[in-house]
Design a protein around this ligand. Structure first.
Ligand code: PLP
Length: 424
């Protein structure tokens, strides 16, 4: 297997004439085809809906593409709620899956008519206080504790995760909520991140479906939806096998027919809140080699840094790199590819075998479409890059300009020093 960029060197050079590197660029065609396929994979479920995890790629132009496929917005903060509202996603198009939530965010979500997904039992009271009463439709986040293992390589530790309620708490929560007038209930759980397997959703679904039957039988509550949340991964390495969303959808269907349908719950809607799977492969960070350094190791310095893409620095995440125009050249050089932050973790790749890199070469860093630009920050006074959209017709549109020093200093604009800095 290999990874193919959605840009050629020629196209990149043409784009760079208008938009200098570094920039993130997104592939409209890929986003659309994937969203279409996701809907097909879950077409067996009448109420199916994907709530795109806004935090992964909070760009209104990209989310608007997903809106064409019926996607709503999964929000986790005030500003994400504001963004959703601005693109017309309100009411049932909002899933508010936050934690450690400030009361004014519950209030705002409720004003927009969004579905509040409670992270904790104590939040029942918080919502009541913030909103006056409980909304008619609500959801609770479940955390089974322990460890969750899918295969030998994929394991996560829900028992150590701050999210969600225990088994006992979710029963108690539903009972209280029912007594306070909630009529429609949802169950949500997120146990494992970036799972590159077709078994994660089906396994999670089984667990949640059983829980739903138990809750319904014991408390006589109306379970309207089950939210499988995010966690469906993408292969970041070139030898990784992509998930097959059709198999995943079918696995969930089988669990549904085995557990929910016989329990008379064949009308429960399935929701998902994917971020990475929806956008990850359809974004790339494009950057230019600007320095080379030969010391104890061979370094190539590029004009992007961890402020543009933080995943390698914070999790040691692998992002594949293609040197544009050298797709077929032998990878007979070994480099650390670095940014300029005063942090040694600011490396996009360590000991990576690549073709010989010359100054001015354009590097294409793959799979930055989710948790890429959005994790950007301003350390070392670095400015966040532009975001571009490669449209289906081959044209390129600016969908977020690059930050300028004025943006960086903007929070000083109520002080005299601001004018001094900006005017110089
Ligand atoms: C981050 C997050 C998601 C999206 O996760 P992916 O791994 O990007 O699919 C979905 N739901 C919640 C509550 C999240 O915090």
């Amino acid at each position: 297997m290999s990874k193919t960029p959605f840009l050629t060197k020629e196209k990149a050079k043409e784009i760079i004439k208008s938009y200098p590197t570094p920039f993130h660029i997104y592939d409209e065609k890929g986003i659309r085809e994937n969203a279409q396929k996701l809907n097909e994979a879950f077409s067996w479920n009448k109420g199916y809906k994907e709530y795109f995890a806004v935090k992964a790629t909070p760009n209104p132009f990209l989310i608007n593409i997903l809106r064409d496929y019926g996607c709503g917005c999964d929000c986790s903060s005030m500003t994400e709620l504001m963004l959703s509202k601005a693109i017309g996603a309100t009411g049932d198009d909002i899933m508010f899956s936050s934690n450690d939530t400030p009361p004014d965010e519950f209030k705002y979500c409720n004003e927009l008519g969004g579905i509040i997904n409670l992270d904790d039992i104590t939040h029942i009271e918080a919502v009541e206080k913030a909103c006056g009463c409980l909304p008619k439709k609500m959801s609770c986040r479940y955390n089974p504790g322990g460890v969750f293992q899918i295969s030998n390589s994929i394991m996560d530790n829900p028992g150590d995760a701050k999210y969600g309620m225990t088994h006992e708490q979710i029963f108690k929560a539903f009972e209280i909520m029912k007594s306070k007038g909630v009529e429609e209930f949802g169950i949500h759980s997120f146990l494992c991140s970036n799972t590159v397997t077709n078994d994660y959703y089906p396994l999670l679904a089984k667990m949640l479906f059983k829980l739903a039957v138990e809750l319904k039988n014991k408390l006589k509550v109306n379970i309207a939806f089950i939210n499988l949340s995010g966690g469906v991964g993408i292969p970041y390495t070139p030898d990784g096998q992509p998930n097959d969303i059709m198999k995943i959808g079918d696995g969930v269907r089988r669990a549904y027919e085995e557990i929910l349908t016989p329990a008379g719950m064949g009308d429960v809607a399935i929701y998902t809140e994917m971020g990475r799977f929806m956008m990850g492969p359809y974004g790339a960070l494009v950057t230019t080699a600007i320095n080379e350094k030969h010391t104890h190791k061979e370094y190539i310095g590029v004009d992007a840094c961890a402020a543009n893409l933080m995943r390698p620095a914070i999790y040691g995440a692998y992002h594949h790199i293609t040197v544009l125009g050298k797709e077929n050249a032998a990878c007979d050089h070994t480099y650390d590819i670095t940014g300029s932050l005063c942090e040694n973790c600011d490396k996009f790749a360590i000991d990576r075998n690549l073709p010989e890199i010359e100054m001015g070469d354009i590097l294409y860093i793959h799979d930055t479409g989710a948790h890429g630009h959005s994790m950007g920050y301003n350390y070392n006074g670095k400015l966040r890059s532009a975001e571009l959209l490669l449209k289906e017709d081959g044209s390129v549109e600016l969908i977020r300009r690059a930050e300028t020093p004025k943006d960086y200093f903007a929070t000083l604009d109520c002080f005299d020093i601001y004018n001094k800095i900006i005017s110089e």
